[in-house]
Design a protein around this ligand. Structure first.
Ligand code: FAD
Length: 402
């Protein structure tokens, strides 16, 4: 059986695994990152990078490489679908709080592609594709990760293992811990199209939360496409929602057209709100969707996961350089689990409730409140500090020092 060794093993080359691998490699730590797919996945999931994430990725020399691949987005809006009234939030109000007072609209796969290119400059970092992690074990001598290539098993050994292998994490399952929370009954449908919504809807931003008692949606622009995120009806078959005529129906409800929409992608997602019972067991830690998952409204899953990766990598570097004991991993658990449970879960659940209220009167009142907040720079800044995750990052730093 093939056997390979590194100081840190990483399961999964998503945005979280890649960020951790780069942070560790830059500090001289030897890393093996294994990815189950044969190449980097090109799924269209996260597209929003928040300001504190851009600040952190700058320290890894990543932000300047991502900016040309995305859209710098200085404002975003909460919009009433029936009236077209929009509360526009100006991220420029955060100019004294962050080096990047904007959202970057950029697909998550671009981050992983850039990182894997950068890792080629570090001989002590290896990225291996087509290796499915099937189990993880540990004892006093370190960690062991077993992978399957489709033809043979391979054994990897190291001092620490990061499970960044997503929501169905094999690493988390091997630790037999609970992944507590719930799954919403309805799935979300994401349709992407080259159709330019901004040319047909007044005053649209690149990120638009469009509330409506019947048909709420989120309209997101990336460099190449617009993405429309919509809820579906619980209990109905996936084939219905993935049928081409259903996409036409839903897109025509946003902007009616005489000719058919070109639909580049149509994807259905289960939506979960869950947090693992611990982020650390001995020399194995989990991060990103392996550790916490939430609905995508507000764009906090990948951002929170990248922040986990950076905090975890910092702690592993300190431990491996012998400037700290490995109880520092307990601080990682406390610090980042608190942010997931106390901030990300609450905020994203609230974001969804705001969009889907069935009561038109409540909807009108909420839109009026958004308009008042957006028009008042002091209140708007406080709102943006929370929704752009700056406040949560500051809390995370404070928890790490406590
Ligand atoms: C529609 C939608 C929109 C979203 N928009 C946003 C947004 O704008 N902003 C935001 O912050 N978040 C957003 N999210 C959430 C975001 O996509 C996730 O939080 C993010 O992908 C988590 O990154 P990760 O690296 O932890 O996991 P993943 O991206 O799931 O990566 C895990 C990797 O591990 C690999 N893997 C899995 N199992 C194994 C195994 N056994 N062995 C080896 N490899 C394995 C997978 O192939 C994958 O490459 C969105 C999610 C959805 C569904």
């Amino acid at each position: 059986m093939t056997q390979r060794n590194a100081e840190v093993l990483i399961a999964g080359a998503g945005p979280v695994g890649c960020t951790a691998a780069l942070a560790l490699a830059r500090a001289g730590v030897s890393v093996i990152m294994v990815e189950g797919c044969g190449t980097l996945p090109l799924e269209l999931r996260a597209s929003t990078f928040h300001p504190p994430t851009l600040d952190l990725l700058e320290e890894l020399d990543l932000t300047r490489r991502l900016i040309p691949l995305g859209l710098v987005t200085r404002d975003y809006q909460y919009r009433d679908r029936s009236t077209g009234e929009a509360a526009v939030f100006d991220l420029g109000l955060l100019a004294n709080d962050t080096g990047h007072p904007y959202r970057l609209q950029c697909e998550q796969y671009k981050l992983t592609q850039v990182v894997c290119e950068m890792l080629k400059d570090y001989p002590h970092a290896r990225v291996l594709f087509g290796r499915q992690v099937i189990g993880a074990r540990q004892d006093g001598g370190g960690v062991r990760m077993l992978c399957f290539t489709g033809e043979q098993e391979e054994l990897y050994t190291g001092r620490y293992l990061i499970g960044a292998d997503g929501a169905n994490s094999a690493v988390r399952k091997s630790l037999t811990m609970r992944y507590e929370g719930f799954t919403y009954p309805e799935k979300f449908l994401v349709l992407s199209t080259p159709f330019d919504f901004a040319a047909h809807m007044d005053n649209l931003s690149n990120v638009n939360y469009v509330a409506d008692p019947q048909e709420w949606c989120v309209l997101l622009r990336t460099a190449d496409l617009w993405r429309v995120l919509l809820p579906t009806v619980p209990g109905e078959p996936d084939e219905k929602f993935l049928a081409p005529e259903y996409a036409q129906e839903r897109l025509n409800a946003v902007v009616p057209r005489d000719e058919p929409y070109e639909v580049a992608h149509s994807t259905l997602y289960w939506v979960h709100q869950r947090v693992a019972e611990t982020y650390r067991v001995g020399s194995i830690a989990i991060a990103g969707d392996a550790a916490h998952i939430n609905n995508p409204l507000g764009g906090m899953g990948m951002n929170g996961g990248i922040q986990d990766a950076i905090v975890l990598a910092e702690k592993l570097i300190a431990i491996l350089q012998e400037s700290a004991g490995d109880d520092l991993l307990d601080v990682y658990d406390r610090q980042r689990r608190a942010i997931a449970t106390e901030f990300i879960q609450k905020q994203t659940i609230q974001n969804k409730e705001r969009m889907e209220s069935l009561d038109p009167d409540a909807q009108r009142k909420r839109q009026a409140e958004f308009m008042r907040i957006a028009a008042n720079p002091r209140r708007a800044r406080a709102f943006l500090l929370r929704t752009s995750m700056i406040e949560a990052w500051r809390d995370s730093v404070a928890l790490g020092q406590a």
